[in-house]
Design a binder for this molecule. Structure first.
Ligand code: HEM
Length: 504
């Protein structure tokens, strides 16, 4: 059965008319502004919608990769008449992130003002300025910086033991495990306990509800990206695309988070409280705070942490484990390393990670081939010159991290899973911006260290403690459609204990 979203169709037709109307005016003006420079090359486009169809294709990162391998690593696209610059190689990414870092350090908020996901209170979409700096400092000092991560190590150790015990239980019952679901539990619980001192309760269904919302949120990301890219024409027409769905998830999160906020406010020792939520509530209630924030600012930040931190890491864990299972040589090497460093009498810990270079390489290679956020989106605030081409102000910048990390001019056998390529490299590929799974510059991912810990310890536990049975010979590696790079067939495996079980 086919369902038609009439509201969206109507909006689309209106957009087309609007586009036709301003085509001659706007496009002409843009050309006049070039001041001697040419715009970057532009591949053939469709009338009216320009290159929109590439972004709407079910695997947008692949469609854009094809475009760049045919027409070049720096392209000028137009969505209706609104400019988008597409970057698909390490050398162009390097110039943009090094020479234009400040100029591209904002993302524009789309106009669903009251939404916790993409409204005026968000952190991820906030312009580079005082509010962003205030929140970033809190994020780093309270949960994501090196010292904060050291302070919260015990929480993650607990959650890893819980993850292991849950796998062992399934192994004893000879049941299969949905790896993504188990990893999501570990990650959400860890992020909650690290940032608000408690996890959501399994007993009253709260935890299940939040996990459901995170999954729904993930399903919305393509729509959110579209709203982001179409921001200007939508704003001009007063259209709020996908508003109903976005507001439903936003309101549901708002309800759950309001309960946690009230609980924090009512706790007897609140003045000694020192987690991220306590500090944000203190700023909310304090007239003289360095930056005045609202309740929605606090809720938005937590929603963004769940969205930014959970599915990204859980997807990488699934893709990487699937690659390991499909190549028994890699599994054997990884086990040899873990057995020789950690042994078989205790569970791997995050303090072991620096002594496990092969495991680190496996994690990097998983992120290289399967970056969970394949398209990094920013906005160029002012016009500028990139690789000798003119780029107008307010151009949306799309860096195709997927294409950069599979670029044959940067990587040998770019489509093959070969962790050895990173051994002894000391992060050179990140410095050269060949590996940009976490983006780059001041708006690069602040959770990259935490993510590497989650992925390293979870993969480490699965490899150290269990053999894994799959249905069929190989795990299927197809990508599902969508903006996030998710597995079309979520990884489902049956664990078989390989060493004496640990008791905690
Ligand atoms: C495999 C895991 C992860 C990947 C691949 C990933 C990737 C990314 C990417 C590509 C960006 C945009 C960077 C840019 O524009 O240059 C980003 C931003 C962000 N990520 Fe992550 N991320 C991961 C995990 C996490 C975790 C665990 C957290 C925190 C709990 C987190 C929090 C954020 C935040 C808050 C931003 C927005 C930063 C800003 O706008 O200033 N991420 N991430």
């Amino acid at each position: 059965m086919m369902t038609v979203d009439y509201q969206n169709c109507f909006s689309f037709i209106l957009l087309c008319f609007f586009s036709l109307l301003c085509h001659s005016l706007f496009f002409k003006k843009l050309k006049d502004q070039q001041g001697g420079y040419d715009l970057p090359p532009s591949p053939p486009s469709l009338p009216i919608i320009g290159h929109l169809h590439h972004l709407l294709s079910s695997l947008a990162h692949k469609s854009l990769q094809k475009l760049s391998s045919k027409y070049g690593p720096l392209l000028y696209l137009s969505i209706f008449n609104f400019p988008v610059v597409l970057v698909s190689s390490a050398s162009v990414a390097y110039e943009i992130f090094k020479a234009h870092d400040l100029n591209i350090s904002s993302r524009d908020n789309p106009p669903i003002d009251e939404s916790l996901l993409i409204g005026s209170s968000v952190f991820v979409g906030a312009p580079y300025g005082d509010y962003w700096k205030f929140m970033k400092k809190l994020l780093v000092t309270k949960i994501l910086g090196t010292q904060a991560l050291e302070r919260s190590r015990g929480v993650r150790e607990d959650e890893l033991e819980r993850f292991y015990t849950s796998l062992l239980d399934k192994a004893t019952k000879k049941q299969s495990v949905e790896i993504g679901k188990e990893a999501t539990k570990l990650i959400i619980n860890s992020i909650c306990r690290m940032s608000m001192g408690r996890s959501f309760s399994e007993e009253n269904g709260e935890a299940e509800r939040v996990r459901g919302l995170v999954t729904e949120l993930d399903g919305l990301t393509k729509k959110v990206l579209l709203v982001n890219i179409l921001r200007w024409p939508l704003e001009k027409l007063g259209i709020s695309l996908f508003k109903k769905e976005i507001m439903y998830v936003s309101d549901s999160f708002g309800e759950v988070l309001e309960r946690v906020l009230v609980e924090h406010e009512e706790k007897p020792d609140k003045h000694q409280g020192n987690d991220l939520m306590d500090v944000l509530l203190e700023a909310y209630g304090n007239e003289n705070s360095e930056h005045k924030i609202t309740r929605n600012h606090i809720k938005s930040l937590f929603v963004e942490l769940f969205l930014g931190g959970t599915d990204t890491s859980a997807q990488t864990i699934q893709w990487t484990m699937a690659e390991i299972i499909n190549d028994p040589n890699i599994l054997t090497k990884l086990r040899e390393e873990i057995d020789s460093v950690v042994g078989k009498t205790r569970l791997i810990q995050e303090t072991d990670l620096p002594k496990l270079p092969y495991l680190e390489s496996v994690v990097k290679e998983g992120l290289r081939l399967h970056p969970p956020l394949p398209l990094v989106v920013r906005t160029l605030q002012r016009s500028g010159e990139i690789k000798g081409f003119y780029v107008p102000e307010k151009t949306t910048l799309v860096v195709n991290a997927y294409a950069v990390m599979r670029d044959p001019s940067s990587w040998e056998d770019p489509d093959e899973f070969k962790p050895e390529r990173f051994l002894g490299k000391k992060g050179d590929e990140r410095k050269a911006l060949k590996h940009i799974a976490f983006g780059s510059g001041r708006r690069g991912c602040p959770g990259s260290n935490l993510a590497s810990i989650f992925i390293g310890t979870v993969i480490g536990t699965m490899v150290q403690c269990f053999d894994w049975r799959i249905i069929g010979d190989k795990v299927k590696m197809d990508e599902a459609g969508g903006i996030n790079l998710t597995m079309a067939y979520p990884l489902k495996l049956t664990p078989i204990p390989r060493i004496e079980p640990f008791i905690f």
